[in-house]
Design a protein around this ligand. Structure first.
Ligand SMILES: [Ca+2]
Ligand SMILES: [Ca+2]
Length: 186
């Protein structure tokens, strides 16, 4: 009891300081994109997370673009291959959404795999597709993944140059903002 009473206010103060720092980083990030990496763990963010659903997220589930998304483009991938395939965006299984702006806004590229019926394998050791970003290169600022997939960004084409780790979800790519030329899925 005594210990709790002593620790809790201090912890609260520290958490408040962390939250303020995160907000400050976000505010600075808007004006100067090359800020330190910021990952959003806020409750508001967790409420919209879709990874808890046991049903696969399909392309058709994303047809209604949320507010803030100005245009949707599609890139079909196949495991073990590289490059966007000429598949129609039918009822493929969504791998990832890549966004032009931080916090999932601007245009988005919906990466999907029509051959999948369940999702990506667990773990990040296998090649589950990828592509060069071409006209979308050096512009991606945030990312969501679905169906147990993760995405890894590369500074150069053909998965070359500096890379991120495998990302599940990031509302602000931080030091990798507007830098990705290609990506890999696992
Ligand atoms: Ca951007
Ligand atoms: Ca680049």
């Amino acid at each position: 009891m005594t210990k709790d009473a002593r620790v809790t206010p201090a912890l609260r103060t520290r958490l408040t300081a962390v939250a303020s720092g995160a907000l400050l980083l976000l505010a600075l990030g808007a004006a100067a994109p090359a800020m330190a990496r910021t990952i959003d763990h806020s409750p508001a963010d967790l409420q919209v997370e879709e990874v808890t659903s046991s049903a696969p997220v399909m392309v058709s589930d994303l047809e209604a673009a949320p507010a803030g998304v100005t245009a949707t483009y599609y890139c079909a991938v196949r495991d073990g291959t590289f490059g966007c395939k000429p598949d129609e965006p039918g009822d493929g299984l969504v791998v990832a959404e890549l966004f032009q702006h931080a916090d999932f806004g601007g245009w988005r590229v919906v990466v999907f795999n029509a051959a999948y019926s369940v999702g990506c394998s667990s773990g990040t050791g296998d090649n589950e597709g990828g592509a060069n970003l071409f006209e979308f290169a050096n512009a991606v600022s945030s990312v969501k993944t679905h169906n147990q997939c993760d995405v890894k960004f590369f500074d150069g084409n053909n998965k070359s140059g500096t890379a991120t780790g495998f990302i599940d979800r990031d509302n602000n790519l931080g030091s990798f903002n507007d830098r990705a030329n290609s990506f890999a899925i696992s």
